[in-house]
Design a protein around this ligand. Structure first.
Ligand code: ZN
Length: 326
């Protein structure tokens, strides 16, 4: 049987793009995009993606192992599954991206960027998700999920966390329960739309979607996959449509975004150390950032920072501030 990761890295598609195994059908939809369908009816249409940032290797390896087990028949497939390795050229280069960050481009935002492999790929993935969810619905799989797997660049006080896209409808209890059992340390609730892959699937297809940050990125072959055991077990349960294993350890913390720090002026200064860990706390009144005409201060008794980055282009987000969710 073929190896999705190896064939994607080598740029070598399978000779025949469709195949039948005794227990499932598979279809190669394009570089790094593989659909697996069980022979029996099922209720869930699940997208699991990794490698939207090409150097975030551990989740790619984890996903590849899972696919290998499904193809080998050693793990039952009880959902319709689309596996997506997001950005193969940047995976080959072991870079986050080659031209621009693909995870800002979804929901048609690729049109605002200079044309590159990444804008073309974002558009292609949008179409593939549309076809996958549409065909799955026609086959009776109407419950839609999408988990996009990442690892963070910087260190974090919460090692593993999920980012829930903003959506006007409530998040499904089933997804929140799964996220709890997946061993995440924290969940962050966005308060505004964005160009992420999961915001796109949530908004356009009403999928239950979450971006998962699963620790720190290392090159292929150097990841200690044992630290991903809980998320791995949760993904195994997901594809077999079984209840996820019981959570161990401390309970999950829920955070809401309370400020988006935007770099709007050339004189923008971010008063957060470039080495600050995600979820570092700042006290009320602290001046987070300054620029002509605008000062960002901590407004609540305490706020914690996520993804601080002073070097973003004008008009983009230089960081998020969060509080514990009430
Ligand atoms: Zn990432």
């Amino acid at each position: 049987m073929f190896d999705v990761l190896a064939q994607t890295l080598e740029g070598r598609p399978p000779l025949n793009p469709v195949g039948q195994l005794p227990h499932l059908d598979w279809q190669w939809h394009g570089e790094g995009v593989l659909e697996l369908s069980p022979r029996h009816a099922c209720e869930k249409a699940v997208v699991i993606s990794a490698g939207v940032h090409g150097n975030e290797t551990a989740p790619i390896e984890l996903l590849n192992q899972l696919v290998a087990e499904l193809l080998a028949g050693s793990r039952p497939l009880n959902v319709r599954l689309l596996v997506v390795l997001g950005n193969p050229p940047s995976m080959r280069a072991n870079k986050r991206y080659l031209h621009a960050d693909m995870n800002r481009m979804f929901g048609g935002r690729h049109a605002r960027f200079d044309v590159s492999d990444e804008t073309v790929r974002a558009q292609e993935l949008e179409q593939l998700l549309a076809e996958f969810y549409h065909n799955a619905s026609a086959a009776g799989a109407t419950q839609r999920f999408h988990y996009d797997l990442h690892t963070a660049i910087r260190g974090s006080l919460h090692l593993r966390f999920g980012l829930l896209p903003f959506q006007p409808r409530p998040y499904s209890a089933e997804m929140l329960h799964w996220l709890e059992q997946a061993g995440l340390d924290a969940l962050v609730y966005h308060r505004s739309p964005g160009g992420t892959f999961t915001h796109f699937s949530s908004e356009v297809f009403q999928a239950e979607s979450c971006t998962l940050e699963l620790g720190k990125a290392l090159p292929f072959g150097h990841n200690e996959l044992s630290q991903f055991r809980q998320i791995r077990q949760a993904l195994e349960a997901l594809v077999s449509d079984l209840a996820p294993p019981q959570r161990r350890g401390e309970s999950l913390k829920h955070y809401q975004v309370v400020q988006d720090i935007i770099r709007e002026q050339p004189d923008f200064v971010l008063n957060i150390s470039p080495e600050a860990l995600n979820f570092t706390a700042y006290p009320q009144g602290y001046i987070l950032a300054e620029q002509s005409g605008k000062i960002y201060r901590v407004e609540h008794a305490e706020e914690v920072v996520l993804f601080p980055n002073p070097n973003v282009a004008l008009g983009l987000r230089a960081g998020l501030m969060l509080t514990l969710k009430d």
